[in-house]
Ligand binder design. Structure first.
Ligand code: HEC
Length: 146
């Protein structure tokens, strides 16, 4: 039983289809997002009072080669948002500058990793919403209860 579960989790990591699992070992980035960020940010369009996270994550993936670089930049931005550092300066013109986020470093890092993982490599963000179907995805080929 244990083996099956591990195999399923690993296959999730390999395909990159289950980003939530990758941050689950630290504080849950998704929970931090829900508590601290979702008041302004939706995950996918339409926007609330800030740009949605998925297109932001896509920009980060275009701009940064490695997750580490992207996450570092993101953490720095959350601590002190500023026009010169923004990946999308037009968002500032449209929504105004984001207020600095005063969270512990660990939580900033966890939420930054979660944001990075919202990248949807299919880019057709609406197409089946692969990045959002985590619960469904786990069921496919991972019938742990059988
Ligand atoms: C009070 C509203 C508000 C809250 C709360 C908020 N944001 Fe933002 N955020 C914005 C706005 C507005 C922008 C667009 C302007 C800008 O880039 O500063 C933005 C931009 C961003 C960007 C793009 C930065 C870049 O490099 O251009 C990221 C990433 C981001 N937010 C993540 C987060 C995360 C993660 C949290 C929670 C820890 C959070 N935001 C909380 C309003 C908010």
């Amino acid at each position: 039983m244990k083996k099956i579960v591990t195999a399923c989790i690993l296959s999730g990591l390999v395909t990159g289809a289950y980003p939530a699992i990758m941050t689950a070992k630290t504080l849950s980035g998704q929970e931090i997002f829900t508590r601290n960020c979702s008041v302004c940010h939706s995950v996918a369009p339409p926007p609330k009072s800030a740009p949605p996270i998925m297109p932001i994550a896509n920009r980060y993936h275009q701009k940064f080669q490695t997750k580490n670089e992207g996450v570092q930049h993101l953490v720095a931005y959350l601590k002190s948002p500023n026009k010169d550092k923004a990946v999308d300066p037009q968002a500032i013109a449209r929504f105004g500058l984001m207020p600095a986020q005063t969270l512990p470093d660990l939580e900033l890092r966890a939420v930054a990793e979660w944001v990075w993982n919202q990248y949807n490599s299919n880019t057709g963000m609406g197409r089946g919403g692969r990045g959002m179907g985590k619960a469904q995805g786990m069921g496919r080929g991972c019938e742990v209860n059988q």
